[in-house]
Design a protein around this ligand. Structure first.
Ligand SMILES: Cc1cc2nc3c(=O)[nH]c(=O)nc-3n(C[C@H](O)[C@H](O)[C@H](O)COP(=O)(O)O)c2cc1C
Length: 367
């Protein structure tokens, strides 16, 4: 069914296609009974897949990555599609239009996308007005970024403003310093800039935790285009500042393997299948550094249970999808969860955590 729908969807301009998906989800939310129906068709019920990460209970480990629901308009419907978590945003402190169109491209033969959206955002105030979390059966992450016009020297202020604004409502907050489409944003991943940012955010988290009496975890979202030294430095700082999770990875500026594709030279971040190995490698390096002391959320080119499993064996505790959702359709979370269930069964384990421990320690499980 979805392959046919996808053919029609792909007749549209890519950004129009994404907007149509969001509008359909919003429409569904307004029809009484539609979200429960989505849940009945696509929902995932599995005690074995329930996972505790960052002190939060995830009903399953498959989340929707940031960037699709930038303005927090579709939470009930997205959770109805079986995702264990939805990461909203990136939201910026003040509304901004993002880059001018065209800014999203498909590479269908590669199951990939290139985007240079540049954080189009309604701004955090309107974002929070949009957000509906009624009876939510999953975890809500809110991904925050800085405004384009804010120079890097003032970036900390933007992150603190957005962090304070979303603290009361987010289950966790993702700090996006890895989009390739905001000039100089990725420089915040290196040198003193990262240390300064994490010091400020951690201090704010502790203060807000005291006054609000709730601890909201911080996850740091990083790029796939970092060398081993840079990754080791990020891992050391994450450990030093007791960051609650690392999300690896955002899209890549690398075009290796897709050079021959018509639109491959469009500027922006490449996501989907061609990113898969690269992001898994980042996860592996990070896991060796973090040694299980900080959980990893694995993202990049996941389309099925094999891809998800590979990321998890490399060190991810949870996974997220974006481009895979566009290419595989609304049943992607359910299908991945079904495949993970099978692996747990075959391994003779009682839970995903146990099966992963076994796999990571080198016991060969079904591929
Ligand atoms: C159109 C598009 C927009 C995105 N916007 C954001 C964003 O606003 N914030 C963010 O942290 N990541 C954003 N991403 C990156 C994804 O969250 C994800 O990290 C990346 O695409 C790799 O996963 P995938 O291969 O499953 O798509 C975006 C990706 C795409 C394709």
């Amino acid at each position: 069914m979805y392959p046919l729908l996808r053919q029609l969807l792909f007749l549209l301009d890519p950004e129009q296609g994404h907007r149509l998906i969001l509008n359909l989800l919003r429409f569904a939310q307004r029809i009484p009974g539609a979200v429960p129906l989505l849940r009945a068709i696509y929902g995932v019920r599995s005690n074995r897949l329930a996972t505790e990460v960052m002190g939060l209970s995830f009903p399953n480990p498959v989340g929707l990555a940031a960037g699709l629901d930038k303005n927090a308009q579709c939470v009930p419907a997205l959770l109805g599609l079986g995702f264990g978590s939805v990461e909203l945003g990136t939201v910026t402190p003040v509304a901004q239009p993002g880059n001018s169109p065209k800014r999203l491209f498909r590479l269908p033969r590669q199951h990939a996308l290139i985007n240079r959206m540049g954080f189009p955002s309604v701004g955090v105030e309107k974002f929070l007005k949009n957000l509906r979390t009624d009876g939510k059966p999953g975890v809500i992450g809110i991904n925050i970024g800085k405004n384009k016009n804010t120079p890097n020297e003032k970036a900390v202020d933007d992150y603190l403003t957005a962090f304070r604004s979303v603290y009361a409502i987010a289950d966790y907050v993702a700090i996006n310093i890895s989009s390739p489409n905001t000039p100089q944003l990725r420089a915040l991943q290196t040198g003193d800039a990262l240390g300064d940012l994490l010091t400020a955010l951690k201090h704010e988290q502790i203060m807000l935790g005291k006054t609000r009496r709730v601890y909201v975890p911080i996850a740091l979202k990083i790029a796939p285009d970092l060398d081993t030294n840079e990754l080791e430095n990020i891992a050391a700082l994450a450990l030093l500042h007791k960051i609650d999770a690392v999300i690896a990875t955002n899209s890549t500026i690398d075009r290796s393997g897709v050079e021959h594709e018509l639109l491959s030279q469009e500027i922006g971040g490449l996501s989907g299948r061609p990113l898969k190995e690269k992001s898994t490698e980042v996860i592996r390096t990070l896991y060796n550094q973090l040694k299980g002391n900080i959980p990893i959320i694995g993202v990049g080119g996941i389309e099925n249970a094999d891809d998800a499993w590979e990321k998890m064996v490399a060190g991810a505790d949870l996974v997220q999808v974006y481009t895979g959702f566009i290419y595989q359709g609304p049943a992607i979370a359910k299908r991945i969860c079904g495949g993970l269930e099978k692996r747990i069964q075959v391994s003779g384990c009682k839970s995903l955590g146990e099966a992963l421990e076994k796999a990571r320690s080198g016991v060969h499980l079904m591929r």
